[in-house]
Design a protein around this ligand. Structure first.
Ligand SMILES: [Zn+2]
Ligand SMILES: [Zn+2]
Length: 153
């Protein structure tokens, strides 16, 4: 009687699972709770990172627009929007933070990282890398922290 055996085995294994659950209810519940709290923590952590990323991107955008292109012979016409402008690290050996990495920095570190950069428009940035002109340290950004944001000077 294979079917009967199968049913019997199934109900036995169900009974065993139930017994196992009853016996370990408290431990299983705690395990699940722990899992959820970690997930919750993770969500909080991810949300905080996202806020920081947005804040840093906004600060970078404000700084870029405040400076505009710092090339001595920029021929850009019209106003800039944020994406027209790049932060170029003047000392390439210090380029330990690309803009995408800058978004995870604290305000203090973001400030010091921006001050290693010169703002260039997309065209001048390309031309600079093709060695069409030179830049001096005088063109470096000079931002400071004021409250929760960066200001120039
Ligand atoms: Zn330019
Ligand atoms: Zn560059």
């Amino acid at each position: 009687m294979p079917y009967k055996d199968k049913d019997e085995r199934l109900s036995k294994s169900r009974a065993y699972s139930k017994a196992y659950y009853q016996k370990n209810k408290e431990r299983l519940r705690k395990k699940q709770q722990c899992y959820l709290s970690v997930r919750e923590n993770y969500a909080k952590h991810a949300a905080a990172l996202e806020r920081k990323r947005k804040r840093n991107l906004e600060e970078i955008r404000k700084v870029k627009l405040a400076y505009g292109c710092c090339s001595p012979n920029c021929c850009w016409e019209g106003d800039f929007v944020g994406c027209d402008l790049d932060l170029h690290h003047l000392d390439s050996s210090e380029k330990n933070n690309s803009v995408s990495k800058m978004t995870t920095l604290s305000m203090k570190n973001l400030c010091s990282e921006i001050n290693k950069c010169v703002v260039l428009c997309a065209v001048c940035h390309r031309r600079f890398h093709e060695k069409h002109f030179a830049l001096s340290e005088q063109s470096l950004c000079k931002v400071t922290i004021s409250g929760t944001s960066l200001i120039i000077g």
